[in-house]
Ligand binder design. Structure first.
Ligand SMILES: Cc1ncc(COP(=O)(O)O)c(C=O)c1O
Length: 392
């Protein structure tokens, strides 16, 4: 049987291109055959019948490739506007590790000073074990990034950053890196392909923690790499086969099911986040609130220019410092005290509870992932928790 991952062609209706919200629903479906299923099957097989030399596109062994990955890989790549199928991994970190493999021993990588802490930990590990020069930059400071990328093998950007929500000028940074021959990767986990299109803005590679918005229900851990460059795609596939961090079939099936409602979930959680951020900005018990939707936010103008949504993560510093922040986490009853983000349920945590979080992240910063609940219920719970924390 030959089921080579197909180069994604965006589904069209009467030759008209479809909007991203429709692509999320329509891409990666089986052919419309009479009596055929509307959803792709899950194939539970670690190996495939094979004799002699493997022919191009022929399935052989599931660590190398399986048809169960293809519908999700095709749908995600179509959403990101890639001409190569996506490459699914067992976690976002496995996908990021594959991207870091582009940096040779003794090479140089530029990363955000604030980024997912394990991504930064991975870069530090490359420095310690392979003599890689790691330069941390404020991605919102365009001059600083441009001053750092000369001679780099990779510029890895998160935007908005985790957890500080700094917004990078992606079109400018990516164009400058391309001019100087620096490979670029954008972690698009926070924005999702509905909020930001890094490949169209000039990125070589996009990476995702599929665990978050793409799957959307806090029930799987999964990652993906997306690129339009066939050579990079081949390298990432070879890396996956060699290192073996492959996705399980059920996880990929769940991620595709989650992807079907991405537009609805993102629309609702972004609207909730913007409203909650607006109310927090006027709240007497709030020291600082960060969300790119706020006209006063340092990233607002740039996000409005380069993104198609402001995302649903809020940075909140309640009045009263670290103790007040911890008390808010204790007091909420609807918001879930938990790490991770991008699920249908709203959650929050104080990031510096982790000893590994960057020391420039304020001690009292709560990272809030706004979900799809009724906004008034979310607000009532949060407002009550802020008041209770102030009184405790
Ligand atoms: C922005 C970002 N990238 C990557 C990751 C890593 O993804 P995973 O937990 O799926 O390995 C995370 C996890 O929180 C994240 O927030």
């Amino acid at each position: 049987m030959t089921t080579e991952p197909t180069g994604p062609t965006a589904p069209t209706v009467h030759s008209s291109p479809l909007s991203p919200a429709t692509i999320a629903v329509a891409a990666g479906r089986p052919p419309r055959e009479q009596g055929g299923p509307v959803n792709p099957p899950v194939v539970l097989s670690s190996t495939y019948v094979s004799r002699g030399v493997q022919q191009p596109g022929e399935l052989l062994y599931t660590r190398m490739d399986t048809e169960t990955w293809h519908p999700f890989e095709e749908a995600l790549a179509t959403l990101e506007g890639a001409s190569e199928p996506g490459i699914v991994f067992s976690s976002g970190m496995a996908a990021i590790a594959a991207v870091f493999s582009f940096v040779p021993a003794g090479g140089k990588v530029v990363v955000p000073r604030h980024a997912y802490q394990v991504t930064l930990g991975f870069a530090d590990d490359l420095a310690a074990r392979h003599g890689v020069e790691v330069v941390r930059v404020d991605v919102a400071d365009t001059d600083q990034v441009l001053g750092a990328i000369d001679g780099a093998d990779l510029l890895l950007v998160e935007s908005p950053t985790n957890p500080m929500l700094e917004v990078a000028d992606l079109p400018v940074l990516l164009a400058a890196a391309r001019e100087r021959g620096v490979l670029t990767a954008v972690d698009n986990t926070f924005a999702t392909p509905l909020g930001q299109q890094p490949l169209a803005q000039g990125a070589d590679v996009v990476v995702h923690s599929v665990t978050k918005y793409l799957a959307g229900h806090s029930d799987v851990v999964l990652g993906a790499v997306v690129t339009s460059d066939p050579d990079l795609a081949a390298k990432v596939r070879a890396y996956r086969t060699l290192h073996g961090a492959i996705a399980g079939p059920w996880e990929v099936w769940l991620a595709l099911r989650g992807l079907r409602t991405l537009a609805l979930r993102v629309e609702r959680s972004q609207a909730n986040a913007a409203e909650i951020a607006r109310r927090l900005a006027e709240h007497p018990l709030v020291e600082e609130v960060r969300h790119p939707s706020l006209p006063t936010d340092p990233g607002h103008e740039r996000a409005a220019r380069t993104m198609t949504g402001f995302g649903a993560i809020i940075g909140l510093r309640p009045r009263g410092g670290r103790e007040a922040a911890d008390a808010v986490v204790e007091a909420v009853e609807l918001w879930v005290p938990a790490t991770s983000l991008g699920g249908v349920e709203s959650s929050l945590e104080r990031r510096r509870r982790f000893a590994t979080e960057s020391l420039t992240v304020p001690e009292d910063l709560l990272r809030m992932s706004v979900g799809i609940e009724d906004v008034e219920d979310l607000w009532a719970d949060l407002d009550r928790a802020l008041r209770s924390a102030a009184g405790s």
